[in-house]
Design a protein around this ligand. Structure first.
Ligand SMILES: [Zn+2]
Length: 363
């Protein structure tokens, strides 16, 4: 099926524990069994159409992921789903952490907190050990910082292994406003960034609204990545990066993870109505986004994969030629046809993220 050996792949954005705790998915099941169990359910848009399980990750040689904790706080007038107090949001993230720990105890996952963890994990994945016995490594990231009740909670989170934070998600946030909103970082957001910088944490620029994005770029001196973001050139929406945003990220030595959510891939997508096939949403579009970032950067060093494939959507809202997350590997064949070398592809598949992590993680 593949013209070259499947590279080791890093996916820099999955909401695995959200799927376990809110979707009630046991990711140890085969994908067909997991989806069959959801037949007839309509409480979530992607019921019965999941693309992510541990088995599918292993099939796609995705041995390392950035996995989130995610819980939004919502004020009384907010139309968004979320928790009614920051303390409840915090408690939700702790349930998510408890699930990751239970998956570690079961041999399915292993947390990457340090350079040593990372090197040992990569050694295990390059060993002859059977792939079924290899745990999926995960670097813990917080998507939206609302659940940090105050900054003393960040110390607790850093101690249990949190290494990256995207201060914002959709709409207004307690530290920064996100997608579909405006406004620079507020006072709490500025202090959050200062503390993250002192702790040596990664700032995830994904979901910052344009004002907060540029504010953060001018303030943050620590490491910056964008875990799951596509290009505004192809879909003109504030969730996407303009060329100027991509250029400053390149200047800051960031890596940008290209995402597989159909509405970020083809223009005018209507959730629940549009369909991947008739919208021509294919893996070629992922290749277009990767290529555009490489063209702007002038090299292949600033792009990787951040699929978001379990971010509240499934096969109804991702490329039609992707059946499960294992099919991300198809993009490398497409890029090879466009002239990318095996070495380029290895950088995009894993090396860019791995080099970044090696530079940032504590020893
Ligand atoms: Zn997201």
């Amino acid at each position: 099926m593949y013209e070259f050996e499947m590279p080791f792949l890093v996916d820099a954005h999955l909401d695995l524990s959200m799927n376990a705790m809110e979707w009630n998915r046991d990711l140890r099941l085969p994908i067909s069994v997991l989806n069959r169990r959801e037949m007839g359910m309509d409480d979530k848009p992607d019921r019965g159409r999941a693309t992510v399980t541990f088995e599918e990750l292993r099939k796609g040689h995705i041995g390392l992921v950035v996995a989130t904790q995610i819980a939004r706080y919502v004020a009384p007038e907010s139309p968004l789903p979320g928790w009614y107090s920051p303390e409840q949001a915090w408690a939700q993230t702790q349930a998510q952490l408890a699930w990751y720990k239970a998956m570690e105890a079961d041999g399915q996952m292993t947390m990457i907190k340090t350079k040593t963890d990372l090197d040992q994990h990569l050694m295990l994945w390059s060993s002859e050990e059977k792939i079924e016995d290899k745990p999926i490594g995960y670097l813990l990231s917080l998507e939206g910082a609302d659940s940090l009740v105050d900054l003393s909670y960040l110390d607790v989170a850093y101690d249990y292994g949190l290494r990256a934070i995207g201060p914002a998600h959709y709409g207004p946030g307690r530290y920064a406003n996100g997608t579909d909103s405006s406004g620079k970082l507020n006072e709490e957001g500025i202090q959050l960034l200062q503390k993250m910088e002192r702790l040596g944490m990664i700032l995830d620029a994904t979901h910052l609204n344009d004002d907060a994005f540029w504010d953060a770029m001018s303030r943050y001196n620590g490491a910056i990545w964008a875990s799951h973001n596509n290009c505004r050139k192809f879909v003109d929406h504030n969730r996407q990066f303009s060329d100027e945003m991509i250029k400053i990220l390149v200047e800051k030595q960031a890596v940008i993870g290209v995402a597989l959510d159909a509405w970020m891939m083809v223009p005018n997508w209507v959730r629940g109505k549009s369909d991947p096939k008739s919208s021509n949403c294919s893996m070629e579009i992922m290749a277009n986004n990767i290529d555009h970032i490489c063209q702007l950067a002038g090299n292949v060093s600033h792009v990787g994969v951040g699929s978001d494939l379990d971010g509240a959507f499934g096969r109804e809202q991702c490329p039609y030629d992707l059946e499960t997350i294992a099919d991300i590997q198809k993009v490398f064949g497409l890029l090879a046809k466009r002239g990318y070398t095996a070495e380029d592809l290895e950088r995009i598949a894993s090396k860019n993220w791995l080099n970044f992590m090696r530079n940032v993680l504590p020893a």
